[in-house]
Structure formats: structure tokens, C-alpha cells
Design a protein around this ligand. Structure first.
Ligand SMILES: [Zn+2]
Length: 324
């Protein structure tokens, strides 16, 4: 399904839909299991990097498999969106739409304002013929994620959002208010030390509220919203990894954002950390294991636990299926 009704209910209900990236079968299974067990709508998103890694055809059929799998797990009316994350050209978006994606993002945020509008409008005009919803972005997030990277962030300018959303016709808007891509969102120097924990600068809720005032009820999206749980980082480092100063967005801030017009929150790095932590731990404790199922099973379990935690304790989308 596309995101239209899902977002309308999320904005009205004061919760956010999880958008989890996937590249592998284990991630896909964990996402579906978590969504079914919590009765949550879910956006399964695929980046350009995921398509290069797993193959576009395979990912498309995995998403179809996800719907069938959710039904097999007992969910009669699953709400699953297959979404392109960070589409960087009209051609890529068109290819995904032609392949049956129900939602795409066109990210022209690095372009000059007018070019961003022209590109987004072109994608919207094509997508809407097939009832595919489109997310566009205004403002630039810092950080690195697959092929998306920017050294500096530029917050979204609230004075531009009405013009941008009207002229592009986009269905949702990704904004920049201090979230960031990757597992190293902030340097320790940008953080304050509170009880031995590095706390990053707070999100710019003033900008979010200004945007909400300009576009009442319009669906807002937050990218780069992993929290980088310390216990996963510690497990990785304890069992031979070397992750330095990995810092994410505190969950309380995401919980607060979920109550606003923010109706889609993107989480990718936390899944990568959960998977890597479980694999490292398993292999360190079972040096004789060499069957991938032996270490991918705990990896899948650990990701599922993380997804459920996000759905129930952070985004509040549990129990929000239109028909359970
Ligand atoms: Zn992103």
C-alpha cells in the first residue's frame, strides 16, 4: 500500500510509522515479525545501495514475500509499504515505480531550490498516475549513509515549506532539524557529558513547530534517526569490534517528535548495530560454528527485539493497523 492513509492516521493519532531499511532476508523477516507481533503498520525501505547489493528484482520479490509472510504469521490485513529511500534521479524513481514500489523518495535536497522543486514535481507527476506516494526533502542532513553524504547540515527553512510542498505536490516532506545519517552522528566535542554519557545537541523542535504551523497536518519525515544503543556498541567492541564515539539521537526526543506531525521515522544504523553485535558475540562464543544459520538466527532475533522496542516504546505505532 502507499503511505497516504497511514500518514493521515499517524498525524491525527500522534504516533509515527517506522521506516526500517533492509538489504537481507534476515532483516526483512525480523521487520515483518516485529510488525505482526505489535500489530503495527511498517515501511520497508530500500536504498540505491541496497538495490546494488541485493539486486533490484530480488528485493522486489522479497517485499512481496514479506506481505505473504505477514499473512502466514496470522496478520490478515498487514500494512506494508515498499519505499525507495533517497532516490537520486527521476530514472531511479521511475524504475522503482514501474517495479511495483508503493512509495518513493526523491532527494533533491543537495540541489538549488528551484531544481529541487522541478525534479520532485517530475517524480510526483509520474508517481501519482500509479497512486504511488512521494517523499521529497528540503534542508540537508549531515552524515553518511550508503551513497548519501554531507559534511554539514542545513536546517529546513520554514518559510520555504508552503511553496515547496504546493509546487511539487509531494505527499510528505523530509526535513532537517538536527538528525543525521550513520552511527557517528555527532563528534564528542558537539556533545555534553551527562552522568558519563555523551548527550548530543537537542533537535530543533522550534523549527519543527514552525513548519507544523505553516503546513497543518502535513506529513513530516525524519531521516537519520537511529539512537545508536550503547549496549550494542559495547557488545561489538567487547567481541573484537572497534567502534569509536558512535552517538545517535536520544529516544526521548524521537518519542516527542512522534507526537507531532512527524509521521515517519527512518531507522537503519540501529539494525546494522544489532545484527553485527549478535554475530560478533555468537562467533566469539562459538568459535567452531561455521553454518551461517547459527549466527544469523541470533542476529535476526536481536534485530527483531530492537524493532519491537522502537515500535512500542519510541514511535507508538503498535496496535495501529486499521484492521487487526
Ligand atoms: Zn536518509
Amino acid at each position: 500500500m502507499n503511505t497516504r492513509e497511514m500518514f493521515k492516521r499517524a498525524v491525527a493519532g500522534g504516533y509515527a510509522i517506522p521506516a526500517f531499511n533492509f538489504n537481507t532476508m534476515e532483516q526483512m523477516q525480523a521487520i515483518v515479525q516485529a510488525a505482526v507481533e505489535t500489530k503495527s503498520p511498517v515501511i520497508m525501505q530500500v536504498s540505491k545501495g541496497a538495490r546494488n547489493y541485493a539486486n533490484a528484482q530480488i528485493l522486489r520479490y522479497m517485499a512481496e514475500g514479506a506481505v505473504a509472510y505477514a499473512k502466514e504469521l496470522g496478520c490478515e490485513h498487514p500494512e506494508i509499504v515498499l519505499h525507495l529511500d533517497h532516490g537520486d534521479s527521476f530514472e531511479l524513481c521511475k524504475d522503482c515505480i514501474d517495479m511495483g514500489f508503493s512509495s518513493v523518495m526523491i532527494d533533491g535536497s543537495h540541489l538549488p531550490y528551484e531544481e529541487n522543486i522541478a525534479l520532485a514535481k517530475k517524480v510526483v507527476d509520474y508517481a501519482h498516475q500509479f497512486d504511488v506516494t512521494v517523499e521529497a526533502e528540503l534542508g540537508v542532513l549531515a552524515g553518511v549513509e550508503d551513497e548519501v553524504s554531507a559534511a554539514e547540515s542545513h536546517y529546513t527553512k520554514p518559510e520555504e515549506v508552503i511553496d515547496f510542498s504546493t509546487r511539487t505536490g509531494c505527499d510528505s516532506l523530509a526535513i532537517s532539524i538536527g538528525t543525521s545519517h550513520g552511527a557517528h552522528k555527532f563528534t564528542p566535542a558537539q556533545c555534553t557529558l551527562v552522568n558519563g554519557v555523551l548527550v548530543p545537541p537537542p533537535l530543533a523542535f522550534d523549527i519543527l513547530h514552525e513548519i507544523e504551523k505553516k503546513l497543518p497536518g502535513f506529513p513530516i519525515v525524519l531521516h537519520g534517526s537511529s539512537s545508536v544503543p550503547m549496549e550494542e556498541v559495547e557488545t561489538i567492541n567487547k567481541f573484537g569490534g572497534h567502534l569509536e564515539a558512535a552517538i545517535g539521537i536520544p529516544e526521548e526526543q524521537l518519542r516527542e517528535a512522534s507526537k507531532s506531525a512527524v509521521c515517519k521515522i527512518n531507522i537503519d544504523s540501529d539494525s546494522r548495530l544489532a545484527m553485527t553485535a549478535a554475530v560478533r558475540k555468537h562467533l566469539a562464543e562459538h568459535p567452531g560454528d561455521f553454518d551461517p544459520r547459527q549466527y544469523l538466527k541470533p542476529a535476526r532475533e536481536n534485530m527483531k527485539k530492537m524493532y519491537i522496542h522502537k515500535i512500542v516504546n519510541v514511535l507508538g505505532s503498535d496496535g495501529k493497523l486499521a484492521q487487526c
